[in-house]
Ligand binder design. Structure first.
Ligand code: 5RP
Length: 219
């Protein structure tokens, strides 16, 4: 029986097969991506460098002497590799468990191909059991929370967390997300919301799913 960490390592290794030669690639955030960064370090001579989605990943990339580019210096990212908190069968995701959702969504938006690396526990029929993270401008947090209650959720301020952009995170419990694209748009239109952790308009293109019997490649 493989542990969740062993499944994360398996998908991190598999993702190397998708890394093109001599390119700048997008790198996400989280424990699965941390394992990917370790693997990437072993082939760092084959890439130009990375654009990072968080200060934490930037520090890890730099510790391995992998060049980190500012997104504004880069016109093209052939791939973006990141984890997810939940992913459904349409490859829509909930992300932001690590509070890096906004930069993740920006870098993912630039990339030609989003490669999601996840273990089988994250693969669900319906999104919403994992509380939906939302990055919010601090002065708007009470207003946004009230609007989220109107949408049927139970918002909770993530204590002691400030994002890399200086904002707060509200985690919304109790949502059964049947229409991820519509809900992403609705929440993103609330004034004060920077972005929500639904990645449905920009879903993953490829899911590398770590299972007991190997890694499935789903598109
Ligand atoms: C960070 C994220 C991560 O991708 C997500 O939380 C999954 O993390 P992990 O690989 O540690 O399970 O969205 O903001």
């Amino acid at each position: 029986m493989l542990t969740q960490d062993q499944l994360k390592l398996a998908v991190a290794k598999k993702a190397l097969e998708f890394v093109p030669e001599d390119a700048v690639i997008g790198v996400g955030t989280g424990s699965t991506v941390n394992l990917f960064i370790e693997e990437l370090a072993g082939i760092k001579g084959r890439i130009k460098g990375a654009v990072s989605s968080s200060e934490a990943s930037t520090a890890r990339l730099k510790a391995h002497h992998i060049p980190v580019f500012d997104l504004n210096e880069v016109e093209k990212l052939p791939i973006y590799v990141d984890g997810a908190d939940e992913i459904n069968h349409h490859l829509h995701m909930i992300k932001g468990g690590g509070a890096a959702l906004t930069r993740e969504k920006i870098v993912a938006g630039v990339a030609d191909e989003f490669i999601c690396i996840a273990d089988e526990k994250k693969y669900v029929a319906m999104l919403g059991a994992f509380p939906l993270p939302i990055e919010v401008i601090p002065m708007a947090r009470s207003y946004v929370a009230r609007e989220l209650v109107r949408l049927g959720g139970h918002p909770e301020l993530r204590q002691g967390v400030t994002t890399d952009n200086g904002n707060v995170i509200i985690d919304v419990h109790g949502l059964q997300i049947m229409k991820p694209v519509e809900l992403e748009e609705t929440i993103n239109h609330i004034a004060g919301v920077v972005t929500c952790g639904l990645f449905a308009r920009r879903r993953a293109d490829v899911l590398l799913l770590g299972k007991q019997d190997g890694v499935d490649v789903l598109r």
